[in-house]
Design a protein around this ligand. Structure first.
Ligand SMILES: NC(=O)c1ccc[n+]([C@@H]2O[C@H](COP(=O)([O-])OP(=O)(O)OC[C@H]3O[C@@H](n4cnc5c(N)ncnc54)[C@H](OP(=O)(O)O)[C@@H]3O)[C@@H](O)[C@H]2O)c1
Length: 258
């Protein structure tokens, strides 16, 4: 990943979980990483950790749910570096409720952060990438962009739409030399998924359905993001790469061999 050295890489939701691993991995490859999320103490903590390990990192408060926050954040990055080469949209939330009772405020905030937040950041950063004549964007989608599950109405709607939006941007901005791809993580161990994974009746079932028989690690998602962001993927745009231990390919343990 030599080509990532000195690239300015923005990671939304870069303060913890998958986003933090993505930020750390880009820093290991020599990128200048800028992270943003709402909890500034976590942003500062991650920035300090990357710097302690010899990486270059900055961090600012960011709420992708608010247009003003997105434009202020991008202004701060430009005043520091005057460029953004790579944008990774990782900020995301989830809540599960039965469809008939799905609370409208939860629905709106999930759509606002997961989908509209990515739209805002792509616009704010994409305009500058168009002026510079190149760039690479990676959106963090989900298996719920491809398949569904009960109680995931808002999340699956947001992530399904995000995959379609990723493809639209890829097609529309190819002429500006901007590639736009997605990474669809499977079940990855983070605080977002912890409440499901700690319950054996659910986690054992999920593990049985995962061909590789284990949950993924945030750093395994990060490697895929770095690949798609880098010029190693120079002829790849508009794809969603699953990092899911084979879950989307099919489930083992269903019908035995004859
Ligand atoms: N874990 C999984 O199994 C899994 C599977 C598929 C897809 N994903 C996706 O991967 C992404 C990261 O998930 P994760 O598991 O790492 O979750 P996480 O540990 O809860 O981290 C979420 C990150 O997003 C930030 N964030 C949330 N709302 C934000 C907002 N309005 N503005 C800016 N930042 C915001 C959080 O910081 P603040 O709360 O401080 O803002 C945090 O940094 C999400 O898009 C999620 O949908 C996760």
């Amino acid at each position: 990943m030599k080509e990532l050295k000195d690239q300015v890489v923005v990671v939304t939701g870069g303060s913890r979980g998958i986003g933090r691993s993505i930020a750390e991995k880009f820093a290991v490859y020599g990128a200048k990483v800028v992270i943003g999320s709402r909890t500034i103490s976590e942003v500062d903590n991650t920035v300090a950790h990357i710097r302690e390990n010899g990486g270059l990192a900055e961090g600012y408060a960011l709420d992708v749910g608010e247009r003003v926050s997105c434009s202020e954040f991008v202004k701060q990055v430009y005043s520091k570096y005057n460029r953004i080469h790579v944008l990774v949209n990782c900020a995301g939330i989830n809540s599960r409720f039965p469809a008939e009772d799905y609370p409208e405020d939860k629905w709106e905030s999930i759509l606002n952060i997961n989908l509209t937040g990515t739209y805002r950041m792509c616009q704010e950063v994409g305009r500058q990438m168009i002026l510079h004549g190149n760039g690479s964007i990676v959106n963090i989608t989900s298996m719920m962009s491809h398949i569904t599950a009960p109680y995931q109405g808002a999340y699956a709607a947001s992530k399904g739409a995000l995959l379609q939006y990723t493809k639209v941007l890829a097609v529309e901005w190819a002429k500006h030399n901007i590639r736009v791809n997605a990474v669809s993580p499977g079940y990855i161990q983070t605080s977002l998924s912890a409440n499901v994974m700690k319950l054996p009746e659910y986690s054992n079932n999920l593990l049985k359905k995962t061909p590789q028989g284990r949950f993924g690690k945030p750093e395994e998602v990060a490697e895929a993001v770095c690949f798609l962001a880098s010029s190693a993927a120079s002829f790849i745009t508009g794809v969603a790469l699953p990092v899911d231990g084979g879950f989307l390919a099919g489930h083992p343990h269903i019908i035995p061999a004859e």
